[in-house]
Design a protein around this ligand. Sequence first.
Ligand SMILES: C[S@@+](CC[C@H](N)C(=O)[O-])C[C@H]1O[C@@H](n2cnc3c(N)ncnc32)[C@H](O)[C@@H]1O
Length: 274
Amino acid sequence: MTPYYSDGAVTIYHGSCLDALPELEPVDHVITDPPYSEHTHSKQRSGHSLTSGHGSPRKIIDRPRDLGFAAMDAATRGFVCGDIARLAARWVVVFSDDESTHLWRADLTGCGLDYVRTGHWVKLGCTPQFSGDRPAQGAEALTICHRPGRKRWNGGGSHAVWTFPIVKHIGGVGRYHTTQKPEALMSELVTLFTDPGETILDPFMGSGTTLVAAKRLGRKAIGIELEEKYCAIAAERLRQGALDLHSSCEINGRIGNASMDSSQSTFLAEGSER
Ligand SMILES: C[S@@+](CC[C@H](N)C(=O)[O-])C[C@H]1O[C@@H](n2cnc3c(N)ncnc32)[C@H](O)[C@@H]1O
């Protein structure tokens, strides 16, 4: 397999992880954010709300939203879980919508891993429920598994709940991927679950946020991505190695993101209405 990008700490492969995973050597951990369930992909909405300037909504424009990649299917999930279980020496942390955590848990444990916990990322600033007829979705799940045996992490007795603002698209800049994870969130997970010098695999790397966090924190990382445009973006982020505007805001303001939401007259909300 020829890497798309390699810098000594991080390697990126362009292509399907279904082809790449069987070729890889064992790693220490897998931290990944795969495509969501069909349910979530089909319910995506985005809304642009104009306000009066005093915070009260004046008008909401609500429309379907295409995430730009296909939903997860059972065959892919089963195949990927088999390879993840074979490759990971310690932690396996997989993001999903709440609706499919049980499927990831069943496939990962079916491949021999221990189920440890279901964590949650509380998504500050995510979309409201445009229809107003049910509660909005406000968090994403993380299925946390481990190879059988002694477990160790760097979080002591803390809870598997992480509260960080979503990555927003402001004035055409600042977000590289439709479902980009906040760099501060990924840095927290890398810090908690892994040690310096270890190797983290993300087989659905998107714009490479896991890899950027890993490299900055002295870990090694391997990423795989189907879309070449995201490989290029990830490589550029890794080359730059600098905090972007969103990351620095998120690190400094883990609870709340007032500096980014106070654009007086508009806000942009994207997410799923389910
Ligand atoms: C939820 S996104 C990951 C976003 C990422 N966490 C970020 O911060 O940018 C999932 C990614 O998996 C990619 N993908 C889907 N199927 C794939 C496959 N079979 N192999 C590799 N990548 C795949 C999609 O193109 C998409 O970019």
